[in-house]
Design a protein around this ligand. Structure first.
Ligand code: ADP
Length: 555
């Protein structure tokens, strides 16, 4: 049976006042009290005050339904209260009781309370009750005619664990027995015999035994809110932070995502700085790739929209799909610096893009080797991956360089975006997933061309770092990223295909540089700035790079 739990957030002084009245006889460590009327036991998690609150919540993202936000007429709904309230929303709280303590019988106190009450109505929380408490015990001030605190608490209910939603359970390996996997089911339902998918490792296995964690009781099924141990029909190899789901409703897999973050201090989040993403007891190193401040109208003035990059693929959900796996808590190594809601606007689920190298397919060993080809051609095969904004000059340079290489007797070929979409990729559209798949295939084809000995020049905007890095993994040796650089203004002025004009008129949604991001290469092998050089000079620069890295000079 799940416990009825109540979180207390807000200001420590107010929560201490509540504590002495609500559960005076209970020790600090076991803050649990009982209501006589309907005999429900409520465990109180008193986390008021900044540090403790955030730390506790990093591991408590599901299963709480009601919270008290404690404040007084002095603090009102200040920044700290709003931050706590924001975190509580991340935890899926659906009922918030704002308790204002220490109110006098004066008109001034009554006015302060009514300001808090009307501000709380603007916040858009699902259910808010405001309760006024006087200076002695739980007695309300004389002017208050609202509900009493104890009466309000009597009606709180068990957290509503959603079971008709996708299964999500972060996995803990059991140290003593590696064949056992345990975890807290955050959402959904597990049944005996289910085939589970583990992400991000992308392995599946069937549940052959299901037990409640602290009891030996074996279960036929277990729903959200329960802690269970499962035995699987095969041994799986994976690291930390693995998430179990069903095969047909998995979380996303990605190394880049976006989040709306409430910052806990006045500092702006720093781009390219390392942070820790707290997730179900694990720490995932991340960095902020870009950030912009958002002004909102409820008084939280440190709201940011950030693009966040992890060093490896992680499994997550957009917040609106699943709150526990769609929440973000960030720490800078010392302090918690913000919390947010994950979204994937403009970014692709990379699950299907991770090339599974089938173990049943054995590569054919060519008797003609790379070396033979290089010797005959006078150069190695490779990929020159041209990336940059539309109109930056990728195609123009690629075509010019192909012409010159061909004239010099080299094997060279251009893979161009539009041409590939006419054939190989004609089944792909422009959704984030299709764009990423488009680039994945070009990366693979480029690697094949390179294997055939060709100097392959690709001309694709390829705005996302993850996609370009994946293309690099298709050809670890011989892949050169070339940043064709021109600022948006220059590209828009050139507008060779009239696309910017259309995008500005709103006719092309998600147009790179205007309504979708371009992620500038971090360490490209070559940068060609086309804004103040001629086509001839730019082509020459690429030719020189190719001659240096691909052409054999001791034929
Ligand atoms: P992309 O392939 O990057 O979308 P295009 O090659 O189709 O860009 O278009 C680039 C446009 O910019 C062409 O009209 C080209 O003539 C012009 N341009 C001007 N200066 C340069 C330069 N230095 N390098 C490449 N293109 C240039």
């Amino acid at each position: 049976m799940a416990k009825l739990e109540l979180v207390i957030a807000g200001h420590k002084r107010s929560s201490d006042r509540l504590a002495t009245s609500l559960y005076p006889s209970i020790s600090d460590t076991e803050q649990s009290f009982q209501f006589e009327s309907n005999e429900q036991t409520i465990s109180v998690l008193d986390h008021a005050g900044v540090e403790g609150f955030t730390k506790r919540l990093t591991d408590r993202v599901a299963g709480l339904s009601t919270a008290i936000l404690a404040t007084d007429d002095n603090h009102g709904l200040d920044q700290l209260c709003l931050q706590h309230a924001f975190l509580l929303t991340l935890c899926g709280i659906n009922e918030l009781i704002i308790v204002v303590t220490g109110l006098k019988d004066t008109h001034k106190a009554e006015e302060a309370f009514s300001t808090i009450k009307s501000k709380s109505a603007l916040l858009g929380w699902p259910k808010v009750t405001a309760v006024a408490i006087g200076s002695r015990g739980l007695e309300p001030p004389a002017w208050f005619d609202g509900p009493e605190l104890t009466a309000t608490l009597r009606h709180i209910q068990l957290a509503d664990f959603p079971i008709d939603v996708p299964l999500r359970m972060p996995i803990r390996r059991t140290e003593s027995d590696k064949s056992l996997y345990s975890g807290h089911i955050l959402t959904g339902l597990i049944e005996m015999g289910d085939t589970l998918l583990f992400s991000p490792s992308n392995q599946t296995a069937r549940v052959v035994a299901l037990n409640a964690i602290d009891e030996n009781e074996s279960l036929n099924s277990a729903e959200a809110g329960r802690e269970v141990t499962i035995t699987l029909d095969s041994d799986l190899e994976f690291g930390n932070a693995e998430l179990a789901s069903h095969v047909d409703n998995p979380p996303l897999e990605t190394d880049v995502f976006r989040a709306r973050i409430a910052g806990f201090s006045s500092e702006v989040l720093n781009v390219d700085t390392g942070y820790s993403f707290y997730r179900f007891g694990h720490v995932i190193p991340v960095s902020i790739q870009s950030v912009e401040r958002v002004t909102d109208d409820i008084g939280l003035d440190n709201i940011f929209d950030a693009t966040i990059r992890a060093s490896e693929i992680i499994a997550l959900d957009p917040f609106e799909i699943c709150k526990p796996t769609g929440s973000l808590i960030l720490n800078d190594g010392e302090n918690f610096i913000g919390a947010g809601q994950i979204n994937m606007r403009g970014y692709a689920d990379q699950r299907d893009l991770i090339t599974v190298r089938s173990t049943n397919v054995v590569r054919v060993e060519h008797s003609v080797t790379d070396k033979h080809r290089a010797k005959r051609n006078g150069h190695r095969g490779g990929v020159l991956w041209l990336t940059g904004l539309s109109g930056a000059g990728k195609s123009t340079i690629a075509i010019e360089v192909e012409k010159r290489l061909f004239a010099a007797g080299y094997q060279a070929y251009v893979l161009d975006g539009d041409n590939v979409r006419h054939g190989l990729n004609s089944n792909l559209g422009f959704s984030p997933e299709d764009r990423a798949e488009n680039i994945r295939r070009v990366g693979e084809v480029g690697a094949l061309f390179a294997g055939a000995g060709f100097i392959t020049i690709t001309a694709f905007i390829s705005p996302y770092r993850s996609d370009r890095e994946r293309a690099r993994t298709a050809l670890p040796d011989g892949f050169h990223e070339v940043y064709v650089k021109a600022d948006l203004e220059a590209c828009e002025k050139r507008d060779p295909k009239g696309l910017y004009k259309k995008a500005r008129a709103g006719e092309i949604p998600e147009f790179t540089g205007i309504s979708a991001p371009y992620e500038v290469p971090k360490d490209p092998e070559l940068t060609i700035d086309t804004s103040d050089s001629s086509v001839d000079e730019c082509a020459q620069k690429l030719i020189e790079h190719i001659e240096h890295h691909f052409v054999l000079h001791d034929k």
